[in-house]
Write a protein that binds this ligand. Structure first.
Ligand code: SIN
Length: 340
């Protein structure tokens, strides 16, 4: 699959590494492999042409990064957002596919969607088994991602999406729930947006429901916001509520974070986002007038909305995972400091 910018039906595939590009010594090895070994162009070998309506499409590839996604960085997100925005703006490009590791896939998807909310499909895909596996899942996941883009004119697919194990998930709802099953991801109560079967897309709910729970946060932040040097991005840390939480330890940690320049904390509560009393006490101690640390509340439960009778305006909550909430608060702080 080669590139030609004259072709009006072009899909750009951006590689970032992950298990989908991983290699093991033995074809039976599903665990003892090294992620991020194969170039993105090599992942397309053997897939055959993308040709939903007969004419083969042009598929361009670009290696934006090559890493195990546990090591994903803000610098890579900045590059990725920039490259995605540039490609999406090209009239010949119908959409973008991103190959990624599964471990932080939901964070990258959320970041890209909140920054860009692209009108064309930007489809992240990954694999639970390395490319060298006898039963590698990457090729089918990648083929599905390409099909989502190639059929977008008919289906209206848009925004940042994820294809895994035949399902299409939204950047809002997707969560990695399992350490090694092929069906490691879920969209929880919302369910997937659709399924892919034999290159055909069956949609279960409208693409517009990408942002079902948060009209207030659906406006994209825009690429400009994240083009400042990454070392200036506001630091946001995550506090996990748990049994036996030590007040003194937490106070020292919060104070240390403030001293290190942390500007916000995600409070990942138990169940319906309730917090251990030590968290409240420690916050009261280090930040009594609530001016030092912006706060956002979420639940440590993987699934389910937060239902609160007594919302705390000083610790706003959204139905986000702690890692998504960290991104949301960071972007909010960036926008606030830009406006100020
Ligand atoms: C990674 O996230 O890069 C490694 C694990 C995976 O892709 O499943």
């Amino acid at each position: 699959m080669t590139s030609s910018s004259m072709n009006s039906d072009t899909i750009v595939v951006l590689g970032t590494g992950g298990t989908i590009a991983g290699r093991a010594d033995r074809a039976t090895d599903q665990v003892g492999y090294v992620a991020a070994q194969l170039a993105v162009a090599d992942l397309l070998t053997g897939l055959g042409p993308v040709s939903p309506a007969g004419e083969p499409w042009c598929v361009e590839t670009e290696q934006v990064a090559q890493l195990d996604s546990k090591d994903m960085s803000h610098a890579v997100w900045q590059d990725l957002a920039t490259r995605v925005a540039q490609h999406v703006a090209r009239p010949d490009v119908q959409g973008v596919v991103i190959t990624h590791g599964t471990d932080t896939l939901e964070e990258t998807a959320y970041f890209l969607h909140r920054v860009l909310a692209p009108a064309k499909p930007v489809v992240l895909t990954a694999a639970m088994r390395p490319a060298t596996s006898l039963q590698a899942d990457g090729p089918q996941n990648l083929a599905d991602a390409l099909s989502v883009v190639a059929t977008a004119a008919q289906t209206g697919a848009q925004g940042v999406l994820v294809t895994m194990a035949g399902f299409i998930h939204s950047a809002w709802d997707i969560r990695k729930l399992h350490t090694h099953r092929l069906e490691a991801f879920s969209s929880g109560d919302a369910g997937p947006l659709g399924v892919m079967a034999q290159g055909s897309l069956r949609r279960f709910r409208p693409w517009e429901t990408l942002d079902p729970k948060a009209q207030a946060v659906s406006r994209p932040y825009g690429l400009d916001l994240v083009q400042t040097p990454v070392h200036t991005w506001p630091k946001v840390a995550i506090v996990l509520s748990h049994a036996g939480l030590d007040d003194t330890l937490l106070r020292a940690q919060l104070q240390g974070w403030i001293d290190a320049g942390v500007r916000g904390v995600i409070l990942a509560g138990t169940g319906n986002a309730t917090l251990h009393h030590s968290i409240k006490a420690a916050l009261e101690h280090v930040d009594p007038d609530r001016t030092r640390l912006a706060r956002m509340l979420c639940s440590r439960c993987a699934l389910g909305p937060i239902l609160r009778a007594d919302p705390d305006p000083a610790a706003q909550h959204l139905d986000l995972s702690p890692v998504q909430a960290r991104i949301e608060l960071m972007l909010r702080l960036m926008r606030a400091s830009k406006v100020a």
